[in-house]
Ligand binder design. Structure first.
Ligand code: FE2
Length: 345
């Protein structure tokens, strides 16, 4: 009962941060990953605002989801080609996405109509603890300004990471967990800044050390993995069991684009924890790991959501805990600690 009350309270706060007005229309998009407690709480909280609300349920996805995880959502989803549902979503002011749209296609069309889209997948307990605040936005926006102005990103670690990438071709991904502007997408809860590197510009070595995390595997690396990167693609993966597991998984897609370097950035959420991925087995979407303060998140796969041409179902997020990071010649992370200049609080 206490959890239910707290969950409804968190949803009320979230809708308030989304600046939801009584004359707006809300659609809750429901699919096979929807958590029933979220649906109930969101319906109640939306009801309190006076907004018109519609539940759109589209049923099973058209493709098999790998390992039951939603990190790798790719077209076609249950929404793909459903013109009737897309039209309803375009007409809404706020879509609460509890299904998981593919970010590279119909979602862009819906956002272009001015609809705000908020993705929610985390279990209630994590959602309540990490619920977004106005302070998260200030922190992320401060980091976004710096990221937007930068033309290179350099990442180093004592484990052997030495990565450099050019910036400028693609926009930033500034996630603070709520959608307060028309046409904005976000994922609640989260707080992170990232950017897709210029095509073929990422090069060097990334060493995933013991304790670093890989999503969608939702586990901590036990044996270091060395990724050799050249002209924007991972060219070689070596190490022990974890390297073999990662390499085999990526190769299983039979898609060379799955080896491309995707978004790069760092976590800025001060209620997220590195340890939490170990507490929930696979029953988490991993937003703690993606968002905890000072992680460097290396990722591979698509850049279609940033306006690039790369569509691939092979997408991995790999938050690393002890990296140092520079934007141009300004250091923003020191061995996993966010330097004061970026804290914005
Ligand atoms: Fe990602």
């Amino acid at each position: 009962m206490e959890l239910t009350r707290a969950l409804i309270g968190a949803w009320r706060e979230l809708l308030n941060l989304c600046r939801l007005r009584a004359d707006e229309i809300v659609v809750i998009l429901v699919g096979d990953i929807t958590i029933p407690a979220h649906l109930s709480a969101a319906r109640l909280a939306v009801g309190d605002t006076g907004c018109a609300c519609m539940i759109v349920e589209l049923g099973e996805p058209r493709i098999q989801r790998i390992g039951g995880d939603s990190t790798t959502i790719a077209a076609p989803t249950a929404l793909t080609g459903n013109r009737s549902a897309i039209a309803a979503l375009r007409e809404a002011d706020l879509v609460i996405d509890m299904m998981g749209m593919y970010r590279g296609s119909e979602q862009e069309e819906i956002l272009a109509a001015g609809t705000r889209i908020l993705l929610v997948k985390e279990p209630p307990e994590i959602f309540i603890r990490m619920r977004p605040t106005a302070a998260d936005k200030l922190r992320v926006k401060a980091a976004e300004l710096r990221m937007q102005a930068a033309r290179t990103m350099t990442v180093r670690s004592s484990a052997g990471t030495e990565l450099i990438a050019k910036l400028g071709q693609y926009p930033c991904l500034a996630q603070y967990g709520f959608v307060d502007e028309p046409g904005r997408w976000d994922h609640a809860p989260s707080a992170l800044i990232a950017r897709w590197p210029d095509e073929q510009s990422a090069s060097g070595v990334v060493v995933l050390d013991r304790g670093d995390t890989i999503l969608p595997f939702k586990k901590y690396v036990q044996t270091p993995i060395t990724l050799e990167i050249e002209s924007g693609y991972v060219r070689n993966i070596t190490g022990g069991l974890d390297a073999r597991y990662l390499k085999d998984y990526m190769e299983s897609f039979k898609d060379p684009e799955g080896f491309a370097v995707s978004h790069l950035g760092w976590g800025l959420h001060d209620r997220a924890h590195w340890t939490m991925l170990g507490m929930y087995d696979k029953q988490t979407n991993g937003m703690d790991a993606r968002s905890y303060f000072g992680n460097f998140m290396f990722s591979t796969g698509p850049n279609a959501e940033a306006g690039g041409a790369r569509h691939t179902a092979c997408h991995l997020d790999m938050p690393m805990s002890s990296c140092s990071l520079w934007l141009d010649d300004v250091q923003v992370l020191e061995q996993g600690h966010v330097l004061a200049v970026e804290q914005g609080r």
